[in-house]
Design a protein around this ligand. Structure first.
Ligand code: B12
Ligand code: SF4
Length: 508
């Protein structure tokens, strides 16, 4: 049996890092871990190939080779997923679809032959057994969550590693918290299910053996969901694993209560973690209460961020505007918080209601969902919610936040705030030729041609004098800033085109 695993294209968004990736000549930030895991769950004697459309083209001869095409996607990849599935239909190849978008909206994909939904550890064996008997059904789903201690290591060997900036690995699924808007708990439940330290070490060994010497992202929903397993098993094993190797820097996603646990932060830093993404969401206590983000309530979020940075972990933050409790003052409050915190990578989104979440159900009951569904890109300035705040005020406020925090002046100021706090990481990836070239490219694109050139040189000089050990971090931040600004500019152009089209239509 020939199985072609296909991953649809991401649009040019905040998280695509497209404009930053060109500095290091990479095509995508991460490989499709879901598909690589599914590949490992398929019979070993089957032939498998991966086409990640973000790094390579899907050719007709790939489709001609395949008996089945397995597709995975998030909502944000909807358009590309539809195109790929139609091409398969035209080529007469059967399709099997799984992953987040199909779990929440499989009805929209009429051309798909089989949906293998939820976690493949449970549903895929059922599909394979039926397929063998020649009785495969159209839909396989489950409300159960599998233990993942038997999940095989993803088949990274199917991916062309050198085209990616980072590799991904997964220790746990699920999160103990219950934020109203969150899709993660709807998909993976509240009980964090963990792999063994042995599984993770074997997975890292696999990546290392394939020659990987750069960053690894633990894609856990909340890495600190099970602190005991981390402190007693995984982190000591990672510390041991890093010894005598070319350093592999790690990053992950956590909740803000990490700031309360000095021991855990220290262990994470010793294990090679240098960055954590945290859903901060909002400095507005009423909005935190509204969305049940209890772990962020009644704390000094600013101090927490600084404490984590001082421990040696860069904090990336998720922020949301458009809660029912938000008033127009929220926009400036968010800007002030982001600037003071030194959170360089600040993902600010308008609240969206994703099907399957508690928020979606509440708004449906209240009759407050727009006809057009969520785009799945929570940083594109759209919402499928009929907001309490006037929609124009919300859009204008949102645009103001993005324009301000990513304007060169404010962005570079924030980078300095961050570098002042941040303790240099213990483990860094070896400096290779591509990274040296990236520095020279940054000189050309940002230091000579870019409109941020004054701020760029000022940052580099400041870093050399005040935080010389963080020089490479300063260059990386400058390159990220370029990407974020480009994405914001594109959004504004997009918006203007949409507005112009609407006006033309109205005149006609
Ligand atoms: C890593 C990750 C990313 C990476 C993606 C890299 C990549 N190439 O995949 C990055 C950082 C780029 C990213 C970005 C975004 N992401 Co993201 N991301 C994740 C994360 C944390 C892990 C995904 C992962 O690798 N999981 C590990 C694998 C093993 O699990 P899995 O993919 O779910 O696969 C299992 C099953 O789903 C199933 N399965 C999956 N595919 C298939 C296919 C077939 C054929 C079959 C049979 C089964 C199957 O089997 C697997 C084993 O059980 C998830 C959360 C999560 N826990 O899944 C969010 C998640 C997928 N992201 C999400 C979102 C919304 C986004 C963003 C829009 C913004 C944001 N707020 O995060 C952006 C958009 C991207 C862009 N460029 O525009 C949502 C998707 C919701 C949805 N309905 O689409 C999730 C679920 C998190 C959430 N907030 O709810 N993301
Ligand atoms: S802490 Fe994060 S992953 Fe956990 S429920 Fe809240 S938003 Fe979801």
């Amino acid at each position: 049996m020939n199985i072609l695993l296909v991953y649809p294209k991401f649009p040019d968004t905040f998280w695509s890092f497209k404009h930053a990736l060109k500095f290091i000549r990479k095509k995508a930030s991460l490989p499709p871990l879901g598909l690589l895991t599914v590949a490992a769950l398929l019979p070993s004697e089957w032939n498998k190939r991966l086409v990640d459309v973000n790094v390579t083209k899907l050719r007709d001869r790939d489709l001609a080779w395949a008996d089945y095409v397995f597709v995975s996607a998030m909502t944000v990849q909807r358009d590309s997923a539809h195109q790929i599935i139609s091409r398969c239909k035209q080529a007469g190849v059967k399709t099997v679809a799984g992953g987040p978008i199909f779990v929440s909206e499989y009805e929209q994909f009429e051309e798909v032959d089989h949906f293998v939904l939820n976690e493949a550890e449970i549903t895929l064996p059922l599909f394979l057994a039926d397929l063998e008997r020649g009785q495969a059904r159209r839909i396989y789903e489950t409300s159960e969550f599998p233990e993942i201690q038997k999940t095989p290591a993803p088949m990274w060997e199917l991916a062309d590693l050198k085209r990616y900036a980072t590799m991904s690995i997964q220790f746990s699924r699920g999160c103990p918290f219950d934020c109203e808007f969150c899709n993660v708990t709807a998909l993976f439940g509240h009980k964090p299910r963990v792999k063994t330290a042995g599984q993770i070490v074997a997975e890292l060994d696999g990546l290392y053996a394939l020659g990987w010497r750069d960053k690894v992202f633990f894609v856990d929903d909340n890495f600190i969901g099970n602190k005991r397993a981390l402190k007693t098993e995984l982190l000591p094993a990672l510390i041991e694993w890093q010894k005598g190797k070319d350093g592999i820097p790690l990053h992950t996603e956590v909740s803000i209560n990490l700031a309360d646990d000095e021991e855990l932060m220290q262990l994470m830093v010793d294990a090679g973690f240098d960055t954590v993404f945290i859903g901060i969401e909002t400095p507005n206590e009423d909005s935190l209460a509204e969305c049940s983000k209890i772990q962020n309530k009644n704390r000094n979020l600013l101090k927490d961020v600084k404490r984590i940075q001082r421990a040696g972990l860069e904090v990336q933050g998720g922020f949301i505007v458009g809660f029912d409790s938000d008033t127009p003052s929220i926009f400036q409050r968010q800007i002030d918080f982001i600037q003071q915190s030194g959170i360089v990578t600040a993902m600010v989104g308008l609240l969206q209601a994703i099907p399957g979440t508690r928020l979606y159900e509440r708004l449906k009951r209240e009759g407050r969902l727009r006809e057009e569904g969520p785009t799945g890109d929570n940083v594109d300035g759209t919402t499928n919610i009929i907001s309490r705040m006037n929609l124009d005020t919300l859009h204008d406020g949102y645009k103001r936040i993005m324009e301000q925090i990513y304007s060169p002046k404010q962005y570079y100021e924030r980078v300095r705030t961050f570098l002042r706090e941040y303790k240099p990481p213990k483990i860094k990836s070896p400096l290779d030729f591509q990274h040296v070239l990236a520095f020279f490219r940054s000189i050309v694109y940002l230091g000579i041609l870019g409109k941020e050139r004054f701020y760029y040189w000022r940052l580099l000089l400041w870093t050399l004098f005040h935080r010389p050990k963080l020089f490479s971090e300063a260059v990386t931040c400058a390159i990220y800033g370029y990407h974020f600004r480009k994405v914001c500019e594109l959004r504004i152009v997009d918006e203007r085109t949409v507005l112009a089209k609407r006006t033309r239509r109205r005149k006609r």
